[in-house]
Design a protein. Structure first.
Ligand code: ZN
Length: 702
């Protein structure tokens, strides 16, 4: 690693934040430099601090420790991402022998200088106890590779020299902070402190010095590894990869089965589901076939900080390319065994410590699948990707460790300590998750007004949503609109044609590969054609049938194998029409196709109940959309209706409002709310139709 520090950039940074001390601006600058290097810092790992004198509100001078907020990413940190804490009260804690989590949290909260600032990093005490003005801390991979070797201390000395002090693994929090203070007492000139199985701290009076020491020591460790492993080959793989990186159908089946097997049963009889991320690069596929692959899974995290993301042990799946039933059986067994071992170890660890930790779920977060690469899990798509990033780098580091000599894992009890340490647990989601968290919804015809309304409500309810449409431009428009409102993390888009089964199947495979599978299906794609039976062109009729009836059928049919592999039930909500119960003249093609779709949906309700899949219908009427995304249906139907009733566009909307019992204008969001209701599974309902029409007596379901 080389220093990227630039005087010019540093000056620019100071100028950019005129209201804050220059030291803090420089602290922000070098923190971002560290955060931008994934070999040092991954997803909220690592932390930095600066001690800056700052008077209190009454003008009394005092020293403030500015330390990175817990869980905040260094790569994009801003000044408010640092928590300011009074230094003196924290330093006094060094005389204590122990400090319960709640007491520590209380000390930090009452000594923060702003009620709005984030929780300080979990390593705050070490930063407080040591006197250096700037402290940089990372979990640099090269350092972890060295400390993971047998005889790590000697190797670290040889690679980094005498200016880097060494500490065997020590529990973060008060114990590590006190141990570091002890090392400092014996080595006041130390420029860095390496903590085995954890990472490295570097020190300086200036932001630049601390950063450049990090660059120098990490660079020395990297150079040492390069020198010692030069010319050493990786182990030969046992067989050729049975699957190709590009095989969407294979990876879709794999993720569907994995997320189904890992889903956590809830007390209410439902499931807490995971999203998945796949890493099927040639490098990861190759790694999964190495003789050491199973060892990568059992040898644990590089640093215990990773345990909340990946858990300590991973699941190893052999024989990936076998037929589907054996793959399903194999994965179920792997997950069952994993859960059993996790539960047993958890019980043993809590017993030894006589503590009452609240157990997380027992499901693995990382699967290494021989011949296929990595599949990781998370309760949000982002969590799954974070686990994948960490797992990918861990595999690489373990391969390098093996080339260097031998990888010795950190003692398991240390990792359990860290996984269940209060401040670490706080980084995980604590509030009750949104209604549809963990679920993947596919909405067809998402480029239209009703599709947008449905996708919007599903996203608001916490689901991940894949938008499907055949028209690229409207799909992109809706995607851009929703991405702006909800971000891209839970949003995907896929262009496909519901009139062709293969197209739907392929789209579902691609969506599953990216998000894990499918739980909620909303067949919504529809077209209209206005003509009296006498004038109805057979070809036109067929086109409407193809989209509205065959499209609904294809969407439901392609979902069945997905639901079956996952084994966690699901929900299909078909967007039907008020016309099914109350048809209108000149609307034969539309009404007949919708009536057919209605019937096939009811048949699906009968047939899929065994799988725990509910099939329900919503019957909207007169949803016009807005100027941004108008209803395509009404673009076709509107002119004819206006002509026959002698109305302008506003008059037509008013006409439909006055027509229903409640005198309301029906919106796409209303339809979306109904979809969310059915998808929530809050009532045991299948085969039902819910009108979204303001009340039209002729269309009351019967
Ligand atoms: Zn750390």
């Amino acid at each position: 690693m080389i220093s990227l520090y630039s005087e010019k950039e540093a000056k620019r940074m100071v100028a950019q934040y005129p209201g804050i001390p220059a030291e803090l601006a420089l602290r922000v600058y070098t923190s971002r430099l560290l955060g931008g290097d994934p070999s040092l810092v991954l997803h909220g790992g690592g932390n930095t601090s600066a001690k800056i004198p700052m008077p209190d509100i009454a003008g009394k001078s005092r020293e403030i420790l500015f330390i990175k907020g817990s869980g905040i990413d260094l790569a994009g940190i801003e000044p408010p991402g640092f928590a300011g804490v009074e230094l003196e009260p924290l330093r006094r804690l060094a005389i204590l022998d122990s400090l319960p989590d709640e007491e520590m949290e209380n000390e930090l909260q009452v000594h923060k200088i702003s009620a709005r600032s984030p929780d300080p990093s979990v390593e705050v005490l070490l930063h407080a106890f040591l006197p250096h003005r700037f402290i940089d801390h990372t979990h640099a991979e090269a350092i972890l590779i060295l400390t993971g070797q047998p005889g790590g201390e000697g190797i670290v000395n040889e690679a980094l020299g005498a200016k880097a002090a060494f500490l065997p693994y020590c529990r973060p929090g008060l114990p590590l902070a006190k141990a570091a203070l002890g090392v400092y007492g014996r080595n006041p000139g130390m420029e860095a402190l390496v903590v085995a199985g954890h990472g490295i701290f570097t020190f300086g009076d200036e932001a630049r010095t601390a950063y450049e020491r990090m660059a120098a020591f990490a660079g020395k460790a990297e150079a040492y590894i390069r020198r010692k492993t030069r010319g050493r080959e990786e182990g030969a793989i046992r067989r050729k990869p049975p699957v190709q990186e590009k095989d969407d159908f294979f990876y879709a089946r794999l993720t569907q089965i994995i997320r189904g097997a890992a889903a956590v049963k809830t007390e209410e009889g439902g499931f807490r589901r995971f999203y998945t991320a796949v890493r099927a690069t040639p490098e990861m596929i190759r790694a999964s076939l190495l003789p050491e692959a199973a060892g990568f899974c059992s040898s644990g995290v590089l640093t215990p900080d990773h345990a909340i993301r990946t858990k300590n042990k991973w699941a190893f799946v052999v024989r990936a390319a076998e037929d589907e039933p054996s793959l399903q059986e194999g994965i179920s067994k792997v997950v069952r065994d994993y859960r059993e071992i996790y539960d047993r170890s958890f019980a043993a660890q809590t017993k030894i410590r006589a503590v009452a930790w609240e157990k997380r779920d027992s499901a693995p977060r990382v699967f290494l699948v021989s011949g296929a690469g990595l599949v990781t899990l998370g309760f949000t798509p982002r969590e799954a990707r974070v686990a994948a990033d960490i797992a990918e780098r861990t595999v690489r580091a373990k391969i390098l460790s093996q080339k260097l000599g031998k990888y010795e894992p950190i003692a398991e009890e240390h990792v359990w300590d860290m996984e269940y340490w209060g401040p670490q647990q706080k980084k995980l989601e604590r509030e009750a998750p949104p209604l549809l968290r963990g679920q993947v919804a596919v909405v067809t015809g998402a480029g239209g007004a009703i599709g947008l309304g449905i996708a919007d409500r599903l996203l608001a309810a916490g689901a991940a949503v894949a938008l499907g449409d055949i028209a690229e431009s409207s799909l992109e428009k809706v995607y851009a609109f929703l991405a702006k409102k909800y971000g891209r993390d839970r949003l995907e888009r896929e262009r496909f044609d519901v009139t062709r089964y293969e197209s739907v199947e392929r789209a579902f495979a691609r969506i599953s590969r990216r998000l894990g599978g499918i739980d909620i299906l909303v067949p919504n794609a529809g077209v209209a054609h206005v003509a009296k039976v006498e004038n109805l062109d057979s070809e036109k009729f067929k086109q409407v049938i193809d989209v509205n009836l065959m499209g609904t059928f294809h969407t439901i049919k392609a979902g069945v194998p997905v639901f079956r592999r996952q084994g966690t039930g699901g929900s299909i909500v078909v967007v039907s029409s008020k016309n099914v119960f109350d048809p209108g003249a000149s609307f034969g093609a539309y009404s007949a196709s919708k009536a057919g779709a209605h019937q096939i949906s009811k048949i699906a309700a009968l047939e899929l109940a065994d799988l725990g899949v509910r099939v329900n219908l919503v019957n909207p009427d007169a949803v016009f959309g807005d100027k941004e995304v108008p209803s395509k249906l009404w673009e076709v139907v509107g002119p004819e209706r206006m002509k026959s009733r002698g109305l302008d566009p506003e008059g037509l909307k008013e006409y439909y409002r006055q027509r229903n019992l409640l005198k309301v204008r029906v919106t796409a969001e209303h339809v979306g709310n109904a979809v969310v209701f059915f998808a929530s599974g809050l009532t045991p309902t299948t085969g039902a139709t819910l009108p979204i029409d303001g009340g039209i007596p002729a269309a009351f379901p019967r």
